[in-house]
Design a binder for this molecule. Structure first.
Ligand code: NAI
Ligand code: MG
Length: 373
């Protein structure tokens, strides 16, 4: 029997290409795993009216970790139109399988390491090593929203916030859209704890909590207050507090000063894309969605329909996601070997995919990395 059971979900488009590339390096590493395929994404939606079938959820219950490529998603009306004829007109509504995965398995932590590997022509600077911890399940992305604003909600708002809502007395319900920003103490504590644990384990000297507590007093305030409490347990790691807007500025001005960053869902989303771009963009942006039951590792990019079937995109984001999975499983030695091989190929500069200004193919890059293992 293999040592690990790994969920294998290529999804759509270039997700399939980059997963093949990851397989090349994992096999060369000698990673001892049984891979179990999981259907997910657009093709499955078209033929089953569910982009994340129950059999995939059941599979994920049984694995040690999972790798995921990318999926295609489209707006509601288009999704309905692309269903096979037998499924049309039955009121099926497209739901993002990624959001569903996060919610079903409570993948509360989104981890995005953004390290600049020297020699990458896309680096903003060569001395960056940022790690973003983004709370993955709450905040404005929970989908608690209204448009138009229901009368009952309006009445409630008017009771609790007479000044603010009073000003809107003349605005009709159908002219008001509202989204709820909801954070729980438990989730704030968990994400801050994860960030500090990581900083301690991998030797980062600071954790920066990125919020806006001076304006969003209750939710951002909760996150910052919990961060302060947790920081007390980690005397070797400094807690820095920065507002989201200022953080975007500092990340351009002095990104080398920062280490671990922690934020609620939307602010974390914003800074993780910013940080990814500092170290090469989508071709390098790896991520992990981590819960207590299962962890799913994926590149941050989507299915890039433009490049489907061209064996052209950069597989490094996917390969670094596989490296994160190895770290997560405690296979430190393999993770380090894999990262060193990626770093060596980038430094050498002989193999470069199109985004790096070269002509190396997806499989060509994977083979170059495998050859250095
Ligand atoms: P995308 O990330 O698929 O691609 C945008 C552009 O980024 C590409 O056209 C390409 O120029 C570049 N790019 C992406 N991955 C690359 C790689 N590995 N190497 C080199 N260049 C790369 O985003 P887009 O075009 O907005 O979305 C396409 C589809 O993917 C949509 O259906 C969207 O909903 C979905 N999507 C899925 C995600 C996921 O599966 N996690 C995340 C983002 C988008
Ligand atoms: Mg994003």
């Amino acid at each position: 029997m293999a040592k690990y059971k790994i969920g294998w979900m290529p999804g759509d488009g270039i997700g399939i290409d980059v997963m093949q590339a990851a397989k090349i390096v994992l096999d060369r590493l000698g990673f001892d795993a049984e891979y179990v395929h999981g259907d997910i994404g657009w093709e499955i939606w078209r033929t089953e009216a569910n982009a994340l079938p129950d059999r995939t959820l059941a599979m994920l219950e049984t694995v040690d970790a999972a790798l995921f490529g990318a999926i295609t998603s489209k707006p509601k009306e288009e999704a309905e139109r692309e269903l096979i004829p037998a499924l049309q007109g039955k009121g099926h509504v497209y739901r993002s399988p990624i959001v569903a995965l996060r919610q079903t398995f409570d993948l509360r932590t989104n981890l995005r390491p953004c390290k600049a590997y020297p020699g990458n022509p896309l680096n903003y600077r060569d001395d960056l090593d940022l790690v973003v911890f983004r709370q993955n399940t709450e905040d404005l992305y929970m989908g608690i929203e209204w448009h138009p604003l229901p009368a009952a909600i309006r009445a409630e708002f008017l009771k609790t916030h007479p000044k603010q809502m009073g000003r809107l007395a003349k605005v009709a319900d159908e002219d008001i859209a509202a989204s709820v920003r909801l954070l729980t103490r438990q989730a704030c504590q968990a994400i801050c704890r994860d960030a500090f644990e990581y900083a301690k384990k991998f030797g980062y000297k600071s954790v920066t909590v990125v919020e806006k507590p001076n304006v969003i007093r209750e939710t951002s305030g909760l996150m910052v207050r919990e961060a302060r409490k947790i920081a007390k347990d980690y005397p070797g790691v400094e807690l820095w507090e920065t507002n989201i807007d200022a953080m975007c500025m500092w990340l351009i001005k002095n990104p080398q000063d920062y280490g671990v960053l922690v934020a609620s869902n939307m602010f974390g989303d914003i800074i993780s894309d910013l940080c990814a771009q500092l170290v090469g963009g989508l071709g390098f942006a790896c991520s992990g969605n981590i819960g207590d039951k299962v962890a799913i590792f994926e590149p941050s990019h989507g299915s890039a329909p433009k490049y489907v079937g061209m064996n052209k995109v950069n597989p490094i984001a996917m390969i670094l996601s596989a490296k994160m999975m190895l770290d997560h499983l405690g296979e430190k030695d393999m993770a380090t070997r894999l990262e060193n091989a990626v770093a060596a190929v980038i430094k050498e500069g002989r193999y470069r995919t199109y985004d790096m200004g070269g002509t190396t193919t997806t499989t060509g890059m994977a083979e170059a990395i495998a050859a250095r293992l």
